[in-house]
Design a protein around this ligand. Structure first.
Ligand code: NI
Length: 138
């Protein structure tokens, strides 16, 4: 495939941020960093536009001492028996638990399940990572 060069303009602070990213992630150059960012954005777009099932990985951190949160999470998860394929639970410290959940379904349904869990009181951090193999899942 032919590679095309093109100019990119950005202000100084954004460029400083890009250079910091290049150093931190050890990219060989700015071009590779920009290519990676574009690929990441395209994966997410492809994921959202998919007609079939997609996979999302949800990461949440919550305070397990928060009253009933663990059982409320379980109750909600049981409403989506086919959606949440697996959960990994890690006791982060005395108070906090980290869970990753692999969710499968139509893009909007996966986002809805993730939003439902992330928005619960006591969930301190939540992030959904769209995952794709770059083609339709069977
Ligand atoms: Ni725990």
């Amino acid at each position: 495939m032919k590679t095309t060069r093109f100019g990119v303009s950005m202000d100084g602070s954004l460029l400083a941020g890009l250079d910091a990213l290049v150093r931190r992630k050890r990219y060989p150059n700015r071009s590779e960093a920009i290519r990676d960012l574009v690929r990441g954005a395209l994966v997410e777009r492809e994921w959202d536009a998919a007609r079939g099932d997609v996979i999302g990985v949800l990461v949440i951190v919550y305070d397990h001492r928060r009253r009933e949160l663990s059982s409320q999470l379980l109750t909600r998860e049981h409403r989506h028996p086919g959606g949440i394929l697996t959960t990994l639970h890690l006791h982060l410290d005395r108070d906090n638990c980290l869970e990753t959940k692999v969710i499968r379904g139509k893009p909007a349904a996966v986002r809805a399940i993730a939003d439902e869990l992330m928005s619960m009181k006591g969930v301190k951090y939540g992030r959904l990572i769209p995952a794709t193999a770059g083609k339709k899942l069977r």
